[in-house]
Design a protein around this ligand. Sequence first.
Ligand SMILES: [Zn+2]
Length: 295
Amino acid sequence: MQRVNVKRHLTVMNRLLLAPVLLVSIAAASPRAPQAAAAAAPVPAVTDVSPGTLAVSPGTPAVPPTPKLKGPKLVEPHLHVIRSGIKNRPRIALTFDACMGKADDRILSALVRERIPATIFVTARWLKHNPQALKVMLDNPDLFELENHGQNHIPAVDKPALIYGIASAGSPEAVRVEVQGGADAMLASGVPAPHWFRGSTAKYDLSSIAQIRAMGYRIAGYSVNGDGGSLLGAAVTEKRIASAQDGDVVISHINQPTHAAGEGVARAILDLKARGVEFVRLQDVEDMGDDQTTQ
Ligand SMILES: [Zn+2]
């Protein structure tokens, strides 16, 4: 996630008006919206906009989108797991994205110490640079389900678009490479074959969803955005995750050890355990995803 620099984007727009390229620019982030570029530089504020509109800073007059700038319709699928239905024993799936960068040992060690199962979405890039953290996960197969977060953390959208400032794959072939490259790297690292895919930014267009489903994957949305792309403070992150309800799928990040959010994640894990939560991985339970992501 990053705040969009309006001047820069207007410059980009000018270029795009000269070239038949589609542009979608989306700035972050409602509380339950997905956060994308966890590795991007922290920024002081965010602006809510919908796909297809131009992001602007507060106080700046909005620039209406022109037909030439209209990008692909993007969706941000939700995912829930089947509720336990048992009072005081809510069922929650913790999912973590390992986009790139390092491993957050505050979270990883808490999961191992407390014996809390979780689903980790890894990229080829993250696997390459974090063999020690990977070993911890592989040494605890009862705790960690590893799934596919792509090869190079490129949004799995098959048309040109900018999402949180990240260029999308832009073609079906590039989507295929992103998905298959992630899976190949997992197998090469000794990880069991993945069954779930979650793309960078957690946004897709419907045709890329159909393509990824045809490759044999379920697509992992979420229902609670825990850490705002790892850019939220510790207290806010803890509160968001700790308030998850029966059937929720929580997304947060395990690749930003220097961010305050990870401290909040680690604390929330203990809060949930104290609440009597039944922690599940995606492979362990039935689930329900919208936008044709699991059905
Ligand atoms: Zn990611």
